[in-house]
Design a protein around this ligand. Structure first.
Ligand code: G3P
Ligand code: CA
Length: 351
């Protein structure tokens, strides 16, 4: 977790390059493009091939949901059940009335194939994944994959693991320790931890502090208010956490974009030093998506959880092409005889 509210804002003001586009984000930098479950609009979700495609499409951060197997291994899976996204029903009989990840061993889960859902397919035009099969990845395989990609390509792709409810101390500890083992220890790596369980968010924050880590933590939920103050609903405990409460243990909030996520909410969070990341941006029509992204960029949203990385990247590029350059930056350009205002991203693209 990071508790450097004044420092962060002050640093952004001094560190901005001379010709930078102005953003209303907390950092003043471009919003993060967070590949939600990978390139999940195009390839099977939560697969290494999907993460690879998302990175190649320009994601800053890749997001996995993390579950635990019956024999204590962390795997990448969204649902409690294996049934929606894999062929488990073809290979195994139900256990305890279903196909809960927690009822299967890692070896059994590794025998499954992840299948496309929604708008996803098993291939993407012009893309040949370096990982040829659609297995359920372990968390360690995911971390290794991102590390290797960064090392090979000189990139800084971040990770955003979600400790999926039901959260447990065992699972949280394993997530944090694995991140430390694989070197994801600092917010400067665009790395975050997230959970819908706000007590677990506090636990994750304490665990990483104990391990000397400085990864940002986000509390997830639905925007609401408590006695006139903005809050985030923790559906696990059936209660709201106010933004000022969240600011005591977290660095940001991840909220459902269709429920009261407004410019005013974002401003209130920023006033407390909290980033705001919205989920899930999943429009497929490029024009409609562009309009939607540009609205939230104008409001200062700090990150987009998106199923279509390329559309978010295109919107940020568009914003940079049309956003006015502030006068202090524009003046030297005019004096230097530039015919048009140039712009540059302040956040380095991941790929
Ligand atoms: O973690 C943010 C977002 O991913 C929450 O939605 O259900 O896809 O995990 P979900
Ligand atoms: Ca998630």
């Amino acid at each position: 977790m990071i508790r450097t509210i004044v420092t962060v804002a002050g640093f952004a003001a001094f560190a901005a390059p001379a010709f930078a586009t102005t953003y209303n984000t907390l950092s003043g930098e471009a919003p993060l493009v967070i590949a939600h479950r990978g390139a999940s609009g195009y390839l099977p979700e939560h697969t290494l091939a999907g993460y690879e495609l998302a990175i190649k499409l320009g994601a800053d951060v890749v997001e996995p949901d993390v579950a635990i197997t019956s024999d204590g291994h962390l795997v990448i899976m969204h649902d409690d059940s294996l049934a929606r996204t894999t062929n488990v029903e073809d290979l195994f009989a139900p256990r305890n009335g279903g196909y809960a990840t927690t009822d299967f061993t890692l070896a059994e889960i590794k025998s499954l194939t992840v299948e496309p859902t929604g708008t996803a397919s098993t291939s993407y035009p012009g893309f040949t994944p370096s990982v040829s099969t659609f297995e359920v990845p372990t968390f360690e395989e995911f971390l290794t994959f991102v590390n290797d990609y960064n090392e090979t390509n000189g990139t800084n792709v971040g990770i955003y693991p979600e400790s999926k409810p039901v959260s447990s101390t065992e699972k949280n500890q394993k997530i944090v320790e694995a991140m430390k083992t694989y070197g994801f220890t600092a917010s400067t790596q665009n790395s975050y931890l997230q959970t819908f369980d706000h007590l677990a968010a506090q636990e994750l924050s304490a665990m990483e502090d104990d391990l000397g880590m400085d990864v940002a933590v986000a509390a997830l939920g639905y925007v609401g208010t408590v006695d006139g103050e903005y809050a985030v609903y923790d559906y696990i405990h059936g209660s709201y956490s106010t933004l000022s409460e969240i600011a005591t243990y977290a660095d940001g909030v991840g909220v459902y974009k269709n429920a009261k996520l407004t410019a005013e909410f974002i401003a209130a969070a920023h006033a407390l030093g909290l980033e705001v990341h919205g989920w899930t941006f999943n429009l497929t029509d490029p024009d409609a998506a562009m309009e939607q992204y540009l609205t939230y960029i104008g409001w200062g949203l700090d990150g987009f959880f998106t199923n279509y990385t390329d559309l978010a990247v295109a919107a940020i590029a568009k914003y940079e092409a049309v956003a006015p350059v502030p006068l202090p930056a524009a003046l030297p350009m005019l004096l230097a005889g530039f015919g048009a205002f140039g712009v540059a991203r302040t956040r380095r693209r991941a790929a």
